[in-house]
Ligand binder design. Structure first.
Ligand code: HPA
Length: 264
């Protein structure tokens, strides 16, 4: 049984239109989902398992504010095994289940002094600094995916309105996908600032490309866990990423819950 059939076999009448990918330290949002079922990735053929701390490795099916969602609590990164296409299976599965929108989340370092640790940023565009694509080795014209408006403009406007209504500061900007797993050098951060980046991170872009090829809408949120390398005296670490992801958890939860509610 493939992963889509397996999910369908244990959940009758469950037809989520929204898929969520919960990144580093954001798995906590999963606790607020009213659960119908939880499936460990090892039961789902082709679902890649992340070994990074803070990535649980479970698929959660349930409700957020009355709306059905399917959520990945944890995701694999390109830097874990250099398999850039690893997220294809989950995203193709969500498409097969009928999802029309995927909400991607991540932890990122900020290049903007007015968007500090603990804040949330809506990604309005990306720059791929890795030189790789999840569509490598595909054939046919389907591989030439349009990336203009990759992050749906109307949905971005909507989430900004929701943040404003809830008195939450929500910044916006360009996300630079860096290969990792090492953090950037200050020189790299200076370089990408000149090129137009507002945040740096190690995920989300491959998922965006795969989802757009599948004609799903994409909304992406970065939780800012630190100022990027060289911007302050601090040393970057995964522990810091986890700490500040937790700090932003409450605002992140409010924005995301209200946004999902508003889609039904
Ligand atoms: N750079 C890349 N990825 C990150 C960072 C960063 O500064 N913070 C959290 N994830």
């Amino acid at each position: 049984m493939n992963c889509t059939q397996y999910i369908q076999s244990i959940t009758a009448n469950f037809n989520p239109k929204i898929a969520l990918v919960l990144g580093s330290g954001l798995g906590e949002f999963a606790d607020s989902i009213e659960k119908i079922a939880e499936i460990s990735y090892d039961k789902l053929e082709g679902f890649p398992i992340s070994a990074v701390k803070g990535h649980a490795g479970k698929l959660i099916l349930g409700f957020v504010g009355g709306t059905q969602v399917i959520a990945m609590q944890g995701r694999v990164h390109y830097y874990e095994n250099a398999q850039v296409e690893a997220m294809k299976t989950p995203i193709h599965c969500f498409k097969e289940l009928g999802c029309e929108l995927i909400i991607l989340t991540n932890a990122a370092g900020s290049l903007d002094t007015n968007a500090g640790p603990g804040s949330v940023m809506v990604i309005n565009d990306y720059i791929n600094f890795t030189g790789v694509s999840p569509l490598f080795s595909e054939t046919g014209n389907q591989r030439f995916v349009n990336m203009v408006n990759a992050y749906d403009k109307k949905l971005r406007q909507k989430i900004h309105r929701i943040a404003e209504d809830n008195n939450i500061h929500l910044s916006k900007g360009v996300y630079a996908w860096m290969c990792g797993p090492q953090f950037e050098t200050p020189a790299e951060i200076n370089a990408i600032r000149i090129l137009g980046a507002n945040a740096a991170g190690m995920s989300t872009v491959p998922e965006t490309i795969i989802a757009r090829q599948q004609e799903m809408k994409v909304l992406a949120l970065s939780v800012i866990t630190n100022y990027a390398a060289g911007m302050d005296d601090g040393e970057l670490s995964h522990e810091q990423t986890m700490k500040y992801a937790n700090k932003a958890a409450s605002n992140f939860k409010t924005i995301l819950t209200e946004f999902i509610k508003s889609t039904s």
